[in-house]
Design a protein around this ligand. Structure first.
Ligand SMILES: NC(=O)c1ccc[n+]([C@@H]2O[C@H](COP(=O)([O-])OP(=O)(O)OC[C@H]3O[C@@H](n4cnc5c(N)ncnc54)[C@H](OP(=O)(O)O)[C@@H]3O)[C@@H](O)[C@H]2O)c1
Length: 245
């Protein structure tokens, strides 16, 4: 059985990935930080649909909590992890000049350092480890002035993915899946979101299904590593223009 740890999975995109993989027979560890009730409810929902799931808390900016989480998982009944999905992220507002060092640390430590640390420990501590999927952001290919440090962190994930693919081969495949616009963040106004949506090349509402299908593909595929799967309705080609409005 595939046993999958998904970070930041209590709600939004992570919860959709968790439900989809649980429906396909995976045991799903739902990691959360602040949203415990949502994590519990999601676990119950998965179990009510015949799936298998458990939830676990950790602040991913705290290395000792990452270690604690992995120890708890490895000592549990469903401790044989095969897959890590790095989904947790923070999406803060700020240009390079308006971002203070606290926001810098929060963004870089959640979006980049935690991915590096958790992936490395996953690779070392779980003999059954087979794959790491990290959720990037196709928009980070271009200038994102309102979210400069976020873009920097997501951009760096591409190189980190390539490095990990080299280091963890041949046992573990490491890939990046980069969505475009999926769900509006609380840090964006409706106006900004609508403006960005208008810039997508493909006018379809199926992006969530495409992302889930991409993850299912990466769960099965034996030949891809160090690669980026971009699923963004073509938004990246116009993201630069949309981001500066
Ligand atoms: N939404 C989009 O349109 C979009 C577009 C492109 C890429 N993406 C990427 O897709 C992924 C999911 O997107 P999303 O919008 O669903 O993400 P999100 O809501 O911004 O964040 C997902 C989860 O990350 C967790 N998290 C944040 N800080 C944490 C910390 N210090 N320790 C542990 N967990 C922490 C939170 O868990 P708790 O709630 O439990 O605190 C949060 O629910 C992200 O990697 C994002 O960058 C999203």
């Amino acid at each position: 059985m595939e046993t999958v740890l998904i970070t930041g999975a209590a709600r939004r995109v992570g919860s959709l990935i968790a439900e989809d993989l649980a429906a396909r027979g995976c045991f799903v560890w739902i990691h959360y930080h602040m949203h415990e009730q949502e994590a519990r409810e999601l676990c119950d929902k998965i179990k009510n649909h015949g799936g298998q799931s458990d939830h676990i808390k950790a602040d991913l900016t705290d290395i000792s909590q990452i270690d604690g989480m992995l120890t708890e998982i490895s000592e549990s009944l469903h401790g044989r992890l095969t897959t890590l999905i790095n989904n947790a992220s923070v999406f803060q507002n700020g240009t390079l000049q308006t971002t203070d060092s606290l926001d810098w640390d929060k963004t870089i430590n959640t979006n980049l350092r935690a991915v590096w640390y958790l992936s490395g420990r996953f690779a070392n501590r779980f003999p059954g480890a087979k794959r790491i999927l990290t959720i990037g952001d196709a928009s980070a290919e271009s200038y994102m002035p309102q979210h400069s440090v976020y873009a920097l962190s997501k951009h760096a994930l591409k190189f980190l993915t390539e490095q990990m693919a080299n280091e963890f081969a041949p046992d573990i495949r490491v890939n990046l899946i980069s969505p475009g616009l999926v769900l509006k963040s609380e840090y964006e106004t409706q106006n900004t979101w609508d403006n960005r949506q208008r810039r997508t090349l493909l006018k379809n509402d199926e992006i969530v299904e495409s992302i889930l299908a991409g993850i299912r593909f990466l769960m099965q595929d034996p030949g891809m590593t160090g690669a980026e799967l971009i699923i963004d309705n073509g938004f990246r080609f116009n993201a630069g223009k949309a981001n500066i409005r």
